[in-house]
Ligand binder design. Structure first.
Ligand code: 5AD
Ligand code: SF4
Length: 471
């Protein structure tokens, strides 16, 4: 009988992709995916360490499984990903019934490690080297990724896929755990990426999102020729069947003109750029070691607006970073007001053991102040998001249909005509009524209402022309 696997994923898109690859390898090894831990004999958590909250959630989920393990000692419980790399043996101490700990660089070993555990070899731990534990080459080698295995059933939708173009990060922003848990920045060979994208397109994929912690730092040299992200986009643009190419997350300093020209000139490349600013205060940016000033960020933004006028830009902000005063925070408000981001993700600073900021500065902004600043900045951003969505009312956009909307899923609506959800080329969410057969198609939709987060529309039957497509 097939072994039953339950996997829960938290964190970023890189984690979603990692889980997809783990599931693909386990399906090949005879596992079947189930939708609840109670039905599973193998339970895996793919974890995130970016903020304390994400880790707390996993430790509570593990706590809830203690009883299940006592009842059935053959259940295998595993912790994968960033938290596994960060906490390592500590996880066995906090949750002694965990059987498996695997870092992001060892995920390909999971089928073999599970076999070992099932055969009675005891608990298993596989992680990468610490970033200071060897030469760069040794550390790079210890962070291996295995990308070609895919599982269409685990993709966000069968028409969309993530493709990793690089792993790791070398920027070492002082608040961030990513460079330690995901290892050194390494770009994948362009030929591998193109081959993977071709395969996905052959399987019916319409949209590919290229992933990297600093995706626009992508650079790969082979046979004396260097491929930048802009060159890679040009190569991927040639692939028949693909309609949209997106890439996240961008690092402000690496937003070069050649990349903006690619976004401007290649119609399949979405005019959508996620470029986190993190703060509007130079004093805080310097403490964060972001490597740019707010003036440089604004200059980059004006270049984007000038070269790709119809683009949407989104950002991340951290509020309550060490030493952030009301004046510093006011500068973040100024930046949000001036930048007119499509949306911003706003996070309260969460101190991460092992990062530079812990050694350098006290985490001195009270939780209450962090919360207030978070709410205030979000409210300002939401007003802007709504203001900038409203002019789309009455206009026509092109939507890649992703599936039934959340409401349709909640109501278990299984008729052919349902509320559908999709995204515009600019990554705006659109909800409209349609037929299930339209899932995966590119449809023209006229917008009749909008709020800060969603556009509401109806499907157009008459085609009006190409100028609508980039909204
Ligand atoms: N505390 C709060 N937010 C953080 N981020 C990264 N590290 C931390 C931290 N220690 C945020 C940044 C980043 C996003 C993915 O998470 O804004 O862009
Ligand atoms: Fe973290 Fe900075 Fe790297 Fe982004 S660029 S992953 S915030 S260290």
């Amino acid at each position: 009988m097939a072994k039953q696997l339950y996997i829960e994923t938290v964190g970023c898109q890189m984690n979603m992709l990692d889980s997809e690859l783990v599931v693909a390898s386990l399906r090949k090894a005879g596992y079947e995916v189930v939708d609840a831990p109670a039905k599973a004999d193998t339970i895996l958590f793919n974890t995130c360490s970016v903020r304390q909250h994400a880790e707390d959630k996993i430790y509570s989920a593990l706590g809830r499984l203690k009883h299940a393990k006592t009842k059935n000692p053959h259940k295998i419980i595993g912790v994968l990903g960033c938290m596994a790399q960060k906490d390592q043996k500590l996880i066995f101490q906090r949750a002694p019934y965990v059987d498996l700990i695997v870092g992001p660089g060892q995920l390909h070993q999971i089928p073999e490690l599970l076999d070992k555990i099932a055969a009675g070899a005891g608990r298993q731990l596989e992680v990468s080297l610490d970033r200071k534990a060897g030469s760069r080459a040794e550390i790079e080698q210890s962070f291996e990724s295995y990308d070609p295995l895919r599982d269409p059933a685990m993709r966000p939708t069968p028409f969309q896929a993530f493709v990793r173009i690089m792993i790791g990060c070398d920027k070492f922003c002082t608040y961030c755990i990513v460079p330690s848990v995901r290892g050194p920045e390494q770009s994948r060979p362009a030929a591998h990426i193109v081959a993977e994208a071709r395969q996905l397109a052959d399987e019916g994929c319409r949209e590919i999102t290229l992933l990297g912690q600093t995706v626009n730092s992508y650079k790969h040299t082979a046979d004396g020729r260097t491929t930048r992200l802009s060159d890679l986009l040009a190569q991927l643009h040639e692939i028949e069947g693909l309609a949209r190419l997106k890439f996240v997350t961008n690092y402000p300093k690496d937003m070069t003109d050649d990349l903006l020209e690619a976004v401007r000139d290649l119609p399949k490349v979405s005019p959508y750029l996620h470029v986190p600013a993190q703060s509007g205060s130079n004093r805080i940016l310097q403490r964060m070691k972001r490597g740019y000033t707010v003036e440089q960020y604004r200059e980059m933004l004006s270049r984007i607006r000038e070269m790709v006028p119809d683009s949407s830009v989104t950002s991340d902000f951290i509020v309550g970073f060490c030493g952030e005063t009301d004046e510093d925070f006011a500068l973040s408000i100024d930046l949000v007001r001036a930048s007119r981001f499509k949306n911003s993700f706003i996070f309260k600073y969460s101190e991460r053991p092992g990062t530079k900021s812990v050694q350098l500065y006290p985490d001195d902004v009270p939780e209450e102040v962090k919360r207030r600043r978070n709410n205030e900045l979000l409210a300002i951003q939401n007003v802007i998001s709504e203001e900038d969505n409203l002019p789309l009312v009455g206009r026509q956009v092109q939507v890649l249909v992703e599936g039934p909307s959340k409401a349709a899923q909640r109501h278990d609506d299984d008729g052919p005509v349902v509320q559908l959800v999709g995204r515009t080329h600019c990554d705006r969410i659109v909800v409209f009524e349609g037929n299930r057969r339209q899932i995966g198609q590119l449809l023209d939709v006229t917008i009749f209402d909008a709020n800060a987060f969603t556009l509401f529309g109806s499907v157009v039957t008459q085609h009006v022309g190409p100028e609508v497509y980039r909204l």
